[in-house]
Structures are given as C-alpha cells and as structure tokens.
Design a protein around this ligand. Structure first.
Ligand SMILES: CC(=O)SCCNC(=O)CCNC(=O)[C@H](O)C(C)(C)COP(=O)(O)OP(=O)(O)OC[C@H]1O[C@@H](n2cnc3c(N)ncnc32)[C@H](O)[C@@H]1OP(=O)(O)O
Length: 205
C-alpha cells in the first residue's frame, strides 16, 4: 500500500488528505507538533510530531506539507527536502491540469481548479478549490491561489504571494514577492513586493 505523510493537521491538510485519497493514496497519516495531544484530523490519524516524521521518512512513499501559511510551508518543504523526503504533489481527480503545465513538487491542486497550457507553478503552491490559472501564468514558490480566484493569461505571482478567495488578476499583471491580494479584489495593475491590496480596482490597504 502506498503511504503518504502530511505535515500539518490543519483544515487545509484535511482537504489534501481527501484529494490524496481520491487520487489513489492507500494510507494517509498526519504529523503535527500538537501530537500527542492531537490524535486525529477528521477521519485521518495524527501519528507523530515533525521530529518523528523527519526520523521516519523512509517509511513513507510521499510527503506533502499541509500548512496554509506560505512562509512556514516553504520552510518545512526545504527542511524535508534537505532530509531526503520524497516530496510529492497532490492533484484532486476533478482538477483539470493541462499536460503542458510545469507543476512544482509539493504543490496541491484541489477540486474544480483549472491550470491551462504553459503555466509554470513553483514548488509548494496551493491551487485551491475552483481557482483558475490561465495559460502562461508564472507562480513563484509557495504561492497560494485561494478558492475561486482567477489569474488571467500570463499573470505572474512572485514567491509567497497569497491571492484571496474570488479575487481576479488581469492578464500580464505581475504581483511581487510576498504580496497579498484580498478576497474579491480585482487587480488591474502590477503590485509591488510585500504590498496588501484590496477592492475593485485593487488599491494598497
Ligand atoms: C480554503 C480557504 O479558506 S483558503 C483562505 C481564503 N481566505 C481569504 O481569501 C482571505 C484573504 N484575506 C483578506 O482578504 C484579508 O481581509 C486581508 C489579508 C486583505 C486583510 O486582512 P487584515 O489585515 O486582517 O485586515 P482587516 O480585517 O483588519 O481590515 C482592514 C480594512 O480593510 C478592509 N478589507 C479587508 N479585507 C478586504 C477585502 N478583501 N476587500 C475590501 N476591503 C477589505 C476592511 O473592511 C477594513 O476596512 P476599515 O479599516 O475601513 O474598517
């Protein structure tokens, strides 16, 4: 039976577990530093802390990080990669991912999302439920595109960018590293690194 370990027993982790189960992983367990007090995440068991995972990597065919915070997810992926973990991506069977997409390892792609041809997704990205990543988009490492957000063709997200639920980014627009786009925003112009923008049209908060 193929065995998947998920670091981070969060709600986000639960959605990864569900997608992983539906895409064929046979055994799925969580690791979280709240163990041993925390013993389950939904229907899945929490079996150890991050230290236990690092000490037992050879027992798992794949490892993925279920932490929504972009910066922490990135740090954990780097730590696991350096320790020799086989970091995998999880793609829900109802996601539509073009074969002409480059998907970075450790990314998760949830139900009803679409990633179109020639998009390039950095490692550890979250392509959340129902989001649309149009053709030729470029996403830096550990970016998060929240539920139902849309990136029009050729949009560029830097590393650690968070695009909130139901936001839209115009074609060819660039969003700098670590910037945040608030829920429901309509981004028409480039956003500089670290900036938080909200509204329609999106303006700095
Ligand atoms: C599966 C999942 O759940 S994935 C997660 C999905 N979640 C999201 O997409 C959430 C994205 N986060 C947001 O949109 C947040 O509101 C942020 C990051 C933009 C701002 O958060 P905070 O810094 O905590 O802002 P805060 O709530 O204090 O609001 C500050 C002001 O901005 C306004 N504001 C906050 N978010 C938005 C928004 N999305 N659009 C318009 N205005 C907004 C508030 O009304 C408030 O205005 P006021 O000062 O006039 O009262």
């Amino acid at each position: 039976m193929n065995r998947l370990a998920i670091l981070g027993a969060s709600g986000h982790g639960k959605v990864i577990a569900d997608a992983a189960e539906q895409s064929g992983w046979g055994s799925i367990v969580f690791f979280d530093d709240a163990w041993p007090e925390l013993t389950s995440n939904g229907r899945w068991s929490v079996v150890g802390s991050s230290a236990e995972l690092l000490a037992n990597l050879e027992k798992y065919d794949g490892v993925v990080v279920g932490i929504g915070d972009n910066r922490i997810r990135c740090q954990k992926l780097q730590q696991l990669g350096a320790a020799g973990a086989n970091i995998v991506s999880v793609i829900h069977p109802y996601a539509a991912v073009s074969p002409y997409v480059k998907l970075g390892v450790g990314s998760v792609v949830f139900a009803n999302s679409v990633i179109n041809a020639d998009a390039v997704i950095g490692l550890g990205a979250i392509i959340n439920t129902g989001s649309v990543i149009e053709h030729d988009c470029l996403l830096g490492e550990c970016a998060h595109v929240s539920p139902n957000a849309t990136l029009a063709g050729g949009a560029v997200l830097g590393r650690l960018v968070w695009v909130g639920a139901n936001a839209c980014v115009k074609q060819q627009v660039s969003i700098g590293d670590e910037a945040v786009v608030g829920m429901g925003s309509v981004v028409l112009r480039n956003v500089i690194a670290g900036q938080v923008v909200v509204g329609n049209p999106a303006k700095p908060l």
